[in-house]
Design a protein around this ligand. Structure first.
Ligand code: HEC
Length: 284
């Protein structure tokens, strides 16, 4: 053998030794790998298929099973997606928690006529109370997203369809018509979520509360047209929107009223309010 042949021979021997030194993991042994070393995780990684035969604990099928996305635990609510409205409602949060959330987030109605009809029949109330802040937010958003077509007052005469050179080809709905005053909340919510015909959807432009506040604002425009009230203190337009003021009255003033006959003194009154809160009559 020449020196070159001997060199080659040892080279091959050492290669064989190196490669046979690799071994699979199992039991107490993490396994051996020549180069990749920590490249492959021995742990199961969520949502990542990281199978490598020499450095794994289970079969490839196990790894695929763990790599697949899994469903959240039943009843899980995504952050910010609870049907309950404002976190700053304090005591009132409890009141609204007990109300069925109509058209909850996520929205379970598809973009078809049948689903629109179903939404109109099933979504009957606005989950948020009517508040001054809410109406203000509704107005802001309405003016940005809706008023350009439906008009600042809701009459369907927005900037885009104006007589002198409006370029929009279709007539936006006149939301002040009796048909729309009588329409259920679902008709509005569905229109915002999916649009209708040439009107596009606005679900990606507004959040859950914002949509409902826009609907409150549209109701307030209808009330204005009919010389009725739809605000934080009073709603004479429909029996669906709940004015914030009337709930605050239920929760705070009513218990005091229960004792009104006995206590005329201001300090006694506030003292007794604590008992009033325990009294279920104070809550509706
Ligand atoms: C680019 C113009 C345009 C904008 C912006 C727009 N709409 Fe519309 N909207 C229309 C048109 C056009 C129709 C009539 C669709 C039809 O009946 O074919 C309509 C219809 C409606 C209807 C009636 C749907 C029904 O069931 O008949 C509602 C409610 C509505 N829009 C609410 C809104 C709200 C709320 C916004 C803002 C978030 C908004 N629209 C923004 C053009 C617009």
């Amino acid at each position: 053998m020449s020196q070159k042949q001997i060199g080659l021979f040892f080279c091959m021997i050492s290669l064989v030794v190196i490669f046979s030194a690799c071994s699979p993991s199992g039991g107490e042994s993490p396994g051996h790998e020549y180069m990749p070393d920590m490249f492959h995780s021995t742990a199961y990684e969520a949502n990542l298929l990281d199978y490598y035969q020499y450095n794994t604990w289970g079969s490839k099928e196990d790894y695929i099973k763990y790599a697949l996305p899994r469903k959240p635990v039943e009843g899980t609510i995504a952050r910010g997606a609870a049907g309950l409205g404002r976190s700053d409602m304090g005591d009132l949060a409890e009141h609204f928690q007990s109300m069925p959330v109509s058209g909850s987030v996520p929205y379970y109605y598809g973009d078809t006529d049948e689903e629109r009809t179903r939404a109109m029949a099933e979504i009957l109330s606005n989950p948020l109370p009517i508040t001054e802040d809410g109406l203000q937010q509704g107005q802001e958003l309405y003016d940005i997203f809706c008023g350009i077509c439906h008009g600042p007052a809701g009459g369907g005469l927005g900037y885009l369809v104006r007589d002198d050179g409006g370029l929009y080809p279709a007539q936006p709905a006149n939301l002040l018509l009796p048909e729309f005053v009588a329409a259920s909340e679902g008709r509005y919510y569905h229109a915002i979520m999916h649009g209708k015909n040439v009107m596009g959807g606005y679900s990606d432009k507004m959040g859950y509360e914002e949509r409902w506040n826009v609907i409150h604002y549209i109701r307030s425009l209808q009330a204005e047209e009919l010389k009725l009230k739809y605000d934080e203190n009073e709603n004479t337009l429909n029996n669906v929107g709940v004015p914030y003021g009337t709930i605050a009255h239920d929760n705070h003033a009513m218990p005091g009223e229960d004792h009104g006959g006995e206590d005329h003194d201001e300090t006694n009154h506030s003292h007794d309010e604590g008992h009033g809160h325990d009294n279920d009559e104070g809550h509706h």
